[in-house]
Design a protein around this ligand. Structure first.
Ligand code: HEM
Length: 171
């Protein structure tokens, strides 16, 4: 049974990370009139990643080269917009002390960099023959990209809605 002494010892425990100066500073710095650029820019790579999978499946179904070309463009623009979103996210991570101090922000960084590598591979592979690239490896890569982008987006949402990062001071 927990005694009063035990309760006091638990109360005395201090998370050393929360003692860091600037731990409470979690508001977005990379923003336009208070609107975080990262949150605004991630919609593009997320949507384009789903478009690549859709175009690949339509190519598989119809055999129409148009869909293989659409997948090539969606893969390329998805990768480039992903890099832009990654730049704004990285600037936020490095410049905002309260974001930098929290482990989940670094977890998101690692998942997101994995995603960017996969998006780049999915685009680069198609540059050497966009029709032949679709079946089977292009389609498989697109499926993997959709899984990883979903995880990245879900985890980014956790940073905002659970940890209140990029929103206001004092999370
Ligand atoms: C590569 C480096 C990246 C870093 C360091 C990073 C960092 C962050 C941080 C700190 C936040 C909290 C909100 C803020 O401060 O703006 C966030 C949110 C988010 N991130 Fe990233 N991010 C990266 C890349 C990406 C990529 C590539 C995607 C998806 C394609 C992504 C998707 C999201 C989403 C969906 C949110 C939630 C936005 C909201 O609901 O407002 N992130 N990210």
């Amino acid at each position: 049974m927990a005694t009063e002494q035990d309760d006091k010892e638990v109360d005395d425990l201090i998370d050393p990370i929360s003692e860091l100066p600037g731990f409470e500073e979690t508001e977005s710095r990379i923003a336009v009139l208070g609107h975080p650029i990262h949150a605004m820019s991630v919609a593009f790579p997320v949507a384009l990643t789903f478009c690549v999978l859709g175009a690949d499946m339509l190519y598989w179904w119809t055999g129409d080269a148009f869909w293989a070309r659409a997948a090539l463009w969606a893969a390329g623009t998805g990768f480039l917009f992903g890099m832009l979103a990654g730049l704004s996210g990285t600037a936020e991570l490095l410049l905002v002390s309260g974001i930098r101090a929290r482990a989940p922000a670094w977890t998101h960084f690692i998942i997101a960099v994995t995603l960017l590598a996969l998006l780049g591979a999915n685009w680069g592979y198609r540059l050497y023959g966009y029709e032949q690239a679709v079946l089977p490896y292009g389609l498989m890569l697109s499926g993997l990209c959709v899984l990883v982008v979903s995880f990245t987006g879900w985890h980014g949402g956790k940073l905002v809605f659970d940890y209140r990062l990029g929103t206001s001071k004092g999370s």
